[in-house]
Design a protein around this ligand. Structure first.
Ligand code: FAD
Ligand code: 2HG
Ligand code: ZN
Length: 476
């Protein structure tokens, strides 16, 4: 450790105390790699402040020492954005001790929480007050509100309630020079110039450290209906959304899809699961309606919609979940895909959006191009089709060598991203750019977008110390 870094670590100990510093190599390990082991870094120290004031002082000291800071929440991100580089000079700033629910206002229907509060704890606090916080992700038991804000997280209820951008009314942020920006207001209307909070949403820790947020709450859901549906292909999925929406309106809360290949991985690797339908189908949808009325006839509405779709040959088989255990079992099939892909060896993740109507053509084109590039590649495509968002993940062909597959990674990713771009889509729908995709945006975003983004970065963080490896490509 150089003298400057050693001095900084000693100074940080004065700010957060020994309990707020992690220096032991074994204890640091969990902060230096992501859950897939896809990214590994090193750090001078992991610092865990316990208040906004401590975060501000940590940032001031790192800025004075010229040391870069990598913010980290639950470390569930899928693009390596919370992992430091390998220099061992960066500081990991974990927000997990900022875990207070500061306020819940039933009249305003808002909750004010600190950045380190785990998403599920926010959902539970809302539920205890008879309200709903609708953000819902497979990682909700570990990811934090700070990470959700910094990645503009999406998940399975975006169709009805929007992404984190739509759910946020105010923020408190420690700026790269250590000043605190007090934007922690719960106003539904505020047209006093630029909406600064939106700049921090989705900025992946590159413009400042989010320490707290005011989030929107909604009336609690009292009735749900959930169906698992067999489909002949992606066109049927897109058509079925239209049929269900026509009847159910905005009661349509989730519309998730997955290919047979995705389901097969879950059936092979998850415990206690079974295929809900008698035979195999090329694609599946998980459809959920919800209502605030206790006696809303949602099963009936869903069955009517599915019956109409069956007659038009959009649906080949379906089961409507009865009782919470069966509904949970259906959701487990959907939420189990990420984990079920891991035992199959190295995987390539692509989190893309295209206009919803283009999904069938996009899938046909991309599947064809991938098969031509690597015969037998396993396409694990699934996701939030109601938002035009597919996780177009790849696993190696059965029996193929891991390293041989890894060596084709960049080329195969190009196939997916070029196809996405040809439909006017985005190469990052909900997971962010992190380290994984920051250089790629130079090829897939308008140069003017990148110039404006660089200008904002320069304004907020002229020394370039806030998560320098994420979001923006290396300057040419
Ligand atoms: P981290 O992984 O710790 O950090 C993510 C990024 O945010 C990093 O760049 C980090 O530097 C920055 N950051 C973290 N905290 C702060 C802060 N307080 N201030 C400033 N910057 C900060 N994502 C979805 O959008 N939809 C899904 O459906 C979804 N499902 C998932 C399912 C599984 C099984 C897994 C493992 C992940 C899933 N994710 C999903 C991805 C991930 O959970 C989200 O990106 C989540 O929002 C990250 O939160 P986190 O607290 O773990 O953040
Ligand atoms: C999901 O929707 C997540 O399940 C994770 O966004 C996707 O692991 C993935 O690729
Ligand atoms: Zn997702």
């Amino acid at each position: 450790m150089s003298a400057t870094v050693a001095d900084l670590v000693a100074g940080l100990r004065e700010v957060v105390g020994s309990a707020g510093l992690v220096t032991d190599a074994d204890q640091m390990a969990g902060y230096l790699t992501d859950w897939r082991g896809a990214y590994r870094g090193a750090a001078a120290v992991v610092v865990r402040p316990g208040s906004t004031e401590e975060v501000a002082e940590v940032i001031r000291r790192c800025a004075a020492a010229g040391v870069a800071v990598v913010p980290q929440g639950g470390n569930t991100g899928l693009c390596g954005g919370s992992i430091p580089d390998t220099s061992g000079r960066q500081v990991v700033l974990s927000l997990t001790r900022l875990r207070r629910v500061r306020d819940l206002d039933p009249a305003d229907q808002t909750i004010t929480v600190e950045a380190g509060v785990v998403l599920r704890a926010v959902q539970e606090a809302a539920a205890a007050a008879g309200l709903l916080f609708p953000l819902s992700l497979g990682s909700e038991g570990s990811c934090t509100i700070g990470g959700n804000l910094a990645t503009n997280a999406g998940g399975t209820a975006v169709l009805r309630y929007g992404t984190m951008r739509d759910l946020t009314l105010g923020l408190e942020v420690v700026l790269p020079d250590g000043r605190v920006w007090h934007g922690l207001r719960g106003l539904r209307k505020d047209n006093t110039g630029y909406d600064l909070k939106q700049l921090f949403l989705g900025s992946e820790g590159t413009l400042g450290i989010v320490t707290a947020a005011v989030l929107k709450l909604f009336p609690a859901v009292r009735t749900r209906a959930t169906a698992w549906v067999g489909l002949p292909g992606p066109q049927a999925a897109v058509d079925l959304i239209g049929v269900v929406r026509e009847l159910a309106g905005d009661r349509l809360t989730a519309f998730e899809v997955m290919s047979r290949q995705s389901l097969e991985l879950v059936l092979a690797h998850a415990s206690g699961v079974r295929d809900p339908l008698a035979g195999p189908h090329p694609w599946y949808a998980l459809v959920e309606l919800s209502d605030t009325l206790p006696m809303a006839p949602l099963d009936e509405v869903l069955e009517t919609a599915l019956g109409a779709a069956f007659e038009r040959e959009m649906v080949t088989d379906a089961v409507v979940g009865s009782g919470s255990a069966q509904v949970a079992a259906l959701w487990a099939l959907r939420e189990g895909i990420s984990e079920a892909q891991e035992p199959e060896g190295p995987s390539l993740k692509h989190d893309v959006t295209v206009p919803i109507g283009s999904i069938p053509a996009f899938v046909a084109q991309t599947d064809g191009a991938l098969e031509a590039a690597l015969a037998g590649v396993r396409i694990v495509s699934y996701g939030h089709v109601g938002d035009g968002n597919l996780h177009y993940n790849l696993s190696k062909p059965v029996g193929a060598d891991d390293d041989a597959f890894r060596s084709r990674g960049a080329e195969l990713s190009r196939v997916v991203y070029d196809s996405t771009a040809s439909f006017g889509g985005s190469i990052s729908a909900e997971h962010g750019l992190g380290r994984a995709k920051r250089d790629l945006i130079a090829d897939y975003k308008d140069p003017l977008d990148i110039e404006l983004m660089r200008g904002l970065k320069q304004l907020f963080d002229p020394a370039g110390l806030m998560n320098p490896g994420a979001v923006l490509p290396e300057p040419p």
